[in-house]
Design a protein around this ligand. Structure first.
Ligand SMILES: Cc1cc2nc3c(=O)[nH]c(=O)nc-3n(C[C@H](O)[C@H](O)[C@H](O)COP(=O)(O)OP(=O)(O)OC[C@H]3O[C@@H](n4cnc5c(N)ncnc54)[C@H](O)[C@@H]3O)c2cc1C
Length: 348
């Protein structure tokens, strides 16, 4: 049985891993970007004292789901898996800081020494996955019970007995809209996928070749979503991420702020956001040594689509991704494993 998986984020990779573990050998992934792991994204900066790794998407992952917990704690190599032990504190609309929920803060916050993206590399290596990177799928063509995959330039990428679409819902809906599949199912699928809505997130990184003030927390979050800033994380609290005596701060802006400032240039964004973060932290962050700006158009879903409304609509076509269970790595992984299990059951 030949299986294609579209998207090599954590959902697609977990789906592929599950299939390969179950003995399916003819599994191939197509990923539009040059690297795997999707929003579990890490950028590195070569500094005079060594390399800095900055997680500018996923900050850390939890092992709240048994599927994901087994994957990272039992099946994948653990030698570079690290727990961010410092707590996450909260801030309110007025910028007042307080310790976060004690129970939540006792849970592990996992990442890898060289960043969250390592998770994608480990899944790929452990299952010897075949991945075509820099290959964007433009459409599917239903052909006598099989699916032909066509890239964005119209190039044919082969026919498959089953397909798992593991891209964010907006991109999945666009893909379905362009696909040559039965019309009624196409309308049903596109409508169901468009139920999910993602928020935007402007993220900036400020890096320093000097230590910052010592703090009793690793990160700050605004749980009530009424401050322009939604998250400030101190990457130097993550083991292995920064050379000694260097620091990096990741600042994520809230959905409303990100939407209303989407067209701002990087220079303006850096200046404005740095000033807001400096005020919140009571520390001047303006003299940074390396910076980055990233605009996540599809950051995390605010509204989900129904898993049962998209899976099983067309035979051997399954969907996975965080828009089905929630914007978390372990939930994305769960949907990938579930799509793979459904495919396996259907193939028996
Ligand atoms: C700023 C930010 C902070 C976050 N913080 C956390 C956190 O701290 N903890 C946590 O658990 N989660 C966090 N999340 C959420 C988490 O990143 C996601 O829930 C999870 O990574 C989603 O995985 P996925 O596989 O569903 O999608 P993605 O990671 O988006 O993967 C989809 C992949 O499909 C590819 N693709 C898209 N279209 C095509 C196409 N046509 N052809 C081929 N490939 C295609 C994309 O390039 C991408 O690699 C955060 C997300 C963001 C953006």
């Amino acid at each position: 049985m030949t299986i294609a998986i579209i998207g090599a984020g954590i959902a697609g990779l977990t789906a592929a891993y599950t299939l390969v573990q179950a003995g399916m050998n003819d599994v191939v992934l197509f990923e539009k970007s040059p690297v795997v792991a999707g929003r579990a994204a890490t950028r590195w900066f070569d500094l005079p004292r060594g390399r800095a790794f900055v997680d500018y998407g996923v900050q850390y992952f939890r092992t709240e789901s048994p599927t994901f917990s087994r994957l990272i704690l039992e099946k994948l190599p653990r030698d570079t898996l690290v727990d961010v032990t410092h707590p996450v504190w909260v801030f309110d609309r007025a910028g007042t800081l307080s310790p976060g929920d004690a129970a939540t803060n006792t849970q592990e916050k996992w990442t890898y020494r060289e960043g969250a993206a390592v998770l994608g590399e480990l899944i790929t290596e452990s299952a010897h996955l075949r991945i075509h990177t820099q290959t964007s799928i433009g459409m599917l063509q239903w052909k006598q019970g099989r699916y032909a995959l066509i890239d964005e330039d119209g190039g044919a990428l082969g026919d498959y007995d089953a397909v798992i679409v593991a891209v964010p819902s907006t991109q999945a809906a666009d893909l379905i809209a362009l696909s040559a599949i039965p019309n009624l199912e196409k309308i049903t699928l596109e409508g169901s996928l468009r139920q999910a809505v993602y928020r935007r997130c402007i993220t900036i990184t400020l890096g320093f070749l000097r230590p910052l003030q010592a703090r009793p927390y690793y990160a700050l979050v605004n749980p009530t979503r009424d401050h322009p800033i939604s998250w400030i994380g101190f990457e130097h609290h993550k083991p292995g991420h920064l050379p000694d005596d260097c620091a990096a701060v990741v600042i994520q802006m809230g959905g409303d702020y990100s939407l209303s400032h989407w067209d701002w240039g990087n220079f303006e964004l850096l200046a404005t956001i740095t000033a807001q973060a400096s005020e919140l932290l009571g520390e001047d962050l303006r003299e940074s040594d390396f910076v980055d700006v990233h605009k996540w158009k599809l950051s995390q879903p605010d509204r989900l689509a129904s898993e049962s409304a998209v899976n099983g609509v067309l035979p051997s076509l399954w969907f996975a991704g965080d828009y089905l269970r929630g914007g978390r790595v372990h939930l994305a992984a769960e949907t990938g494993a579930a799509a793979a299990e459904s495919l396996l059951i259907g193939s028996r």
